[in-house]
Write a protein that binds this ligand. Structure first.
Ligand code: MN
Length: 241
């Protein structure tokens, strides 16, 4: 039996809204990340928010890293104060995910950042974010859709010869959108490879890696509705072998 690659998925903490222990803190990831990995030949492993000094040993144990969606990245990490429309932040998670990223880059394993995860990559590499869409100050499409997660609502243009293009085999694809923050600046070490018609950055990559991709949309929520979104995970698991 050949061993399947283990894909670590960064987790978050949710406060129980009701049940037996209201207000209790639980570590979790959305189940669609697990399905996206397991359906495509990998083994999903949740990496709960932990002290940053544990990150290296955790990365030693996995073959690929997914940074999942969630809270806003703390603006302090890109040199800004918190503005009125910034959402909830989780600084311990930022710190842990920066450490996971550092160790994963060193090990050169496949890295996929989704939504907040892409923003973490951008900020870690020296980029910055708009704390809310309204701060962009120019025409912007709706990026926080009201439709169900598996329904694609905006088009992205995919750069030729990019990893995303090789994965999706397309120059454009319609994807979902659930973000109120936007990437403002992208460092020179990352190549922008996906944009919406309003010019918002939806994907970037680092061509020095076999698989290093940040996406602002949620491919894990599209695995049953958009085949090319499922291919993101298939390709990542392949690269992790
Ligand atoms: Mn979007």
């Amino acid at each position: 039996m050949t061993k399947k690659p283990i894909i670590g998925i960064s987790g978050s903490i949710i406060k129980d809204q009701g049940g037996i222990f209201p207000g209790y803190r639980r570590a979790y990831v959305n189940n669609d990340y697990i399905r996206a990995v397991n359906n495509n030949g990998g083994i999903a492993l949740i990496l709960p928010t932990s002290p940053a000094e544990t990150a290296k040993q955790i990365i030693d144990a996995v073959d690929g890293l997914i940074l999942s969606g969630g809270q806003d990245v703390s603006p302090f990490n890109y040199g800004e104060e918190i503005q009125q429309k910034c959402g909830a932040i989780f600084p311990e998670r930022d710190k842990f995910e920066f450490a996971l990223l550092e160790a994963a880059e060193e090990k050169k394993i496949p890295i996929l950042g989704i939504c907040r995860g892409a923003q973490i990559i951008d900020v870690y590499r020296g980029g910055s974010l708009y704390q809310d869409i309204s701060y962009r100050g120019e025409h912007t499409l709706r990026h926080f859709q009201l439709q169900d997660p598996p329904m694609p609502t905006h088009k992205i243009k995919i750069a030729e010869n990019s990893l995303l293009n090789k994965i999706m085999q397309k120059n454009s694809v319609i994807v979902n959108s659930f973000h109120h923050q936007l990437v403002k600046s992208v460092p020179a070490s990352l190549q922008i490879t996906g944009t919406t018609s309003d010019g918002v950055v939806e994907a970037f990559e680092d061509s020095n890696f076999e698989f290093f991709l940040g996406v602002q949309f949620h491919p894990e929520m599209l695995i049953d509705s958009v085949e090319s979104a499922n291919m993101v995970f298939q390709r990542m698991v392949e690269a992790a072998k």
